[in-house]
Design a binder for this molecule. Structure first.
Ligand code: HEC
Length: 164
């Protein structure tokens, strides 16, 4: 009899283990594994082929280079523009735009915004870069309004003007 009891207990233990492995118990989840957005991620981009009816149309840099017009073209950067640049860009690109922000010590080198490689492009190209991001630069199309992005474009332009 005790033999049978032990066998039954063993069988019960095995069944419990198998059941708990297959079941979705609440204690199997960490709060970190949840569908909320991680820090500095944007809401999901629209599905491929989706057509925007109200929002800003999506535009790539090559097209933006020649078609987008800066509403404040040639204007000096404003205090608001500088403040936005220092919050959204300087951590990687540095206060002076040289690509020496504190984050680069732990990340890949960020572009030197004063360089001819970047300054040769039009305001529209810089605007589209901010809007869409790059492979390793976060996109700001939803975080910053159009005006705010153009304000930042003028800050980046001023970096070029300062270069001899
Ligand atoms: C998290 C770091 C990070 C932040 C924040 C960031 N960038 Fe960048 N940026 C990069 C990196 C890295 C590159 C180089 C391209 C790459 O590796 O994807 C880059 C490239 C660029 C380029 C050149 C694009 C190219 O293809 O070479 C421009 C212009 C630029 N950034 C402007 C900005 C502006 C303006 C802001 C603020 C709105 C900003 N970036 C914020 C990391 C960042």
């Amino acid at each position: 009899m005790p033999h049978r009891l032990t066998a039954a207990l063993h069988a019960a233990a095995v069944i419990c283990c198998c059941a708990s492995a297959g079941c979705d118990w609440p204690w199997k989840h960490d709060m970190v594994d949840q569908p909320s957005l991680q820090t500095a991620t944007s809401p999901r981009p629209p599905a491929a082929g989706a057509v925007s009816t109200a929002g800003e149309p999506r535009i790539n840099r090559t097209m933006a280079e020649h078609t987008l017009h800066n509403p404040r073209a040639g204007a000096p950067p404003t205090d608001q523009g500088r403040a936005l640049y220092s919050s959204y860009c300087s951590p990687c690109h540095g206060i002076g735009g040289l690509g020496d922000g504190p984050v680069t010590r732990f990340f890949v080198p960020a572009g030197d915004l004063t360089s001819a490689t970047i300054q040769q492009h039009s305001d529209g190209w810089i605007y589209a870069t901010i809007t869409n991001g790059t492979a390793r630069m976060p996109r700001q199309g939803t975080e910053l309004s159009r005006d705010e992005r153009w304000e930042i474009v003028n800050v980046v332009r001023a970096f070029g003007a300062r270069r001899p």
